[in-house]
Design a protein around this ligand. Structure first.
Ligand SMILES: Nc1ncnc2c1ncn2[C@@H]1O[C@H](COP(=O)(O)OP(=O)(O)OP(=O)(O)O)[C@@H](O)[C@H]1O
Ligand SMILES: [Mg+2]
Length: 251
């Protein structure tokens, strides 16, 4: 991991990082996420539910896209397909130029670790790890240099206003701080694509906004792409686009 990845870009251009330079297929002009006629049907026989009808959508570097819709409309299904957590019934999902629907199941965890960051409704922090350790665990899982990981964790925590909480356990944090740690953790591997499912659901208005502002800032400054499922109308103005899903159909 290169410490220069953490340098904030002052220009409006997406920052060129080592990882984009070493991955020609992930050029900044092509979408980070492409769904091509992606559909998902659960179950078989009479009990089938089409949670997502064929959907085509691109998310480009520097874009934060919100996904909204009523309960049961297919938002989590959409996000799971975009994050290669679920295989589509039809269509293709491309992440950073790679058709993940063509990858064998055994290759997916390593692919996700390298390219994706997830933020979920509950922060899913590990109770017996400190804030810094929640982040350096990612470095450890990726088999990367521990010292560079520590430095990156401290930089990210500083950036997200958590510098003075690095040695605390999750139980000693507020809900908003926990969610910010979850955002920092999702950014640890410098992912091309960040996927968030209701990241503000457990927060009050101002705290929820803060978390989304941080996500938006990271996306724009680093030229990353993000998709965020949300019911929270108060954060939609922070997003570049809003995709509505009703009964498994994207508007
Ligand atoms: N594993 C599953 N097996 C069968 N049906 C499922 C499964 N997961 C989801 N569904 C169904 O697919 C549809 C879409 O579900 P999904 O979880 O994507 O909705 P959602 O928009 O995220 O809802 P919420 O806002 O309540 O989280 C629903 O009808 C749901 O019951
Ligand atoms: Mg859901």
């Amino acid at each position: 991991m290169n410490a220069t990845l953490l340098t904030q870009s002052k220009s409006t251009q997406p920052m060129i990082t080592q990882s984009t330079l070493t991955q020609p297929e992930a050029s900044l002009s092509q979408p980070t996420l492409s769904l091509r006629a992606v559909s998902k049907t659960y179950g078989d026989g009479d009990g089938t539910v089409t949670a997502l009808h064929p959907t085509t959508l691109d998310v480009r570097p520097g874009e934060l896209v919100a996904v909204s819709g009523p309960s049961g409309s297919g938002k989590s299904t959409f996000l799971a397909l975009a994050g290669a957590l679920l295989r589509p019934t039809g269509g293709q999902v491309l992440i950073a130029g790679q058709d993940v629907t063509a990858l064998p199941a055994a290759a997916l965890p390593a692919f996700r670790l390298k390219h994706l960051g997830f933020v979920l409704q509950s922060s899913n922090l590990i109770p017996y790890l400190t804030v810094r350790e929640q982040l350096t665990l990612v470095t450890h899982l990726a088999g990367q240099d521990a010292r560079a990981g520590q430095a990156r964790a401290d930089d990210l925590l500083g950036l997200l206003g958590l510098g003075d909480r690095a040695g605390h356990y999750p139980a000693a944090l507020s809900g908003g701080q926990r969610q910010r740690v979850a955002v920092a953790r999702a950014l640890m591997n410098d992912p091309q694509l960040i996927l968030a499912d209701e990241p503000t659901a457990s927060l009050d208005g101002p705290r929820g906004r803060e978390v989304v502002q941080m996500l938006a800032q990271q996306v724009r400054e680093r030229g990353r792409a993000a998709v965020m499922v949300t019911h929270d109308d108060r954060v939609l103005d922070l997003c570049d686009r809003v995709v509505h899903i009703v009964d498994g159909r994207v508007n």
